[in-house]
Design a protein around this ligand. Structure first.
Ligand code: PRT
Ligand code: ZN
Length: 226
């Protein structure tokens, strides 16, 4: 679809924790869709608003590149990618438009249960496993601690038991995963929930009106929920 399209395109997670609640929220705004056979695209029927079904990690980039107008993604993913852009000197290319009140979790630093926690200073020279290197590095810099960030894309919680790291920095919701791995949370670095992400600036006229309509309905739906 060429640029200058007059339909609105929203990226949401294809599978995973935010997939269903994101669709339910948009449906509660009066949207309905016809799904493509490959389940990558949903064509909006009640409104000219289409959905792109993707990995959550791709959502900020799709907005930055203008491929999608909006996205529903964890604030953690947005902040991590924003931090990585900032660290590389790139300009901010997306921002949080609305907090959506589901997908709550927090990014926590956790250490082995048997160890005492005094202060961040004790992490100096230690290895910390995480999938959130930018957010962790920002926090370490703020605390003035030099530690080694070990980047893992999954199974972060088992890194200490494997001798791969001394501590971890990972998302936590119930805390059951930490407990199952004999880890205890000691610091919360970041509070997260699902957000509506969009570009830094407002959208142009044609899609701007559609966004206004969508935001009005979204704000109504969020007021009823909360
Ligand atoms: O395939 P794709 O890349 O799209 O999905 P994904 O596997 O990267 O993401 P997914 O579906 O696991 O999570 C999507 C978003 O849900 C995250 O980016 C968060 O914003 C939000 N969310 C909310 C969570 C959790 N709660 C959560 N508990 N994401 C992950 N977890 C994991 C956590 O990493 C840990 O492994 O669940 C485990 C801990 O859960 P508890 O309940 O044991 O503490
Ligand atoms: Zn992901």
């Amino acid at each position: 679809v060429p640029a200058g399209r007059d339909r609105l395109r929203i990226a949401i997670q294809k599978n995973g924790r935010l997939a269903e609640p994101a669709r339910a929220l948009l449906a509660s705004c009066g949207m309905s869709w016809r799904e493509s056979r490959d389940r990558l695209f949903c064509y909006g029927e009640s409104l000219p608003v289409d959905l792109l079904l993707v990995r959550d990690d791709d959502i900020p980039g799709l907005i930055a590149d203008g491929v999608c107008d909006l996205g529903i993604v964890g604030r953690n993913v947005m902040a991590e990618q924003d931090g990585a852009r900032r660290a590389s000197g790139a300009a901010p290319a997306f921002r949080e438009w609305r907090a959506l009140g589901f997908g709550d979790c927090h990014l926590a630093l956790a250490i082995p249960e048997g160890e005492a926690w005094e202060s961040p200073a004790q992490l100096a020279g230690k290895r910390i496993a995480t999938s959130y290197p930018a957010l962790l590095s920002e926090w370490l810099a703020r605390e003035g601690v030099q530690a080694e960030v070990v980047l893992l894309s999954g199974s972060v919680e088992i890194a200490p038991r494997l001798g791969q790291a001394d501590a971890i920095c990972d998302l936590v919701s119930s805390g059951a995963t930490l407990a199952a791995n004999q880890l205890k949370p000691v610091v919360t670095l970041f509070e997260s929930e699902a957000v509506l992400a969009g570009p830094m600036q407002d959208l142009d006229a044609a899609r701007g009106e559609l966004v206004e309509l969508l935001l009005r309905r979204l704000d109504g739906a969020l007021r009823i929920r909360n």
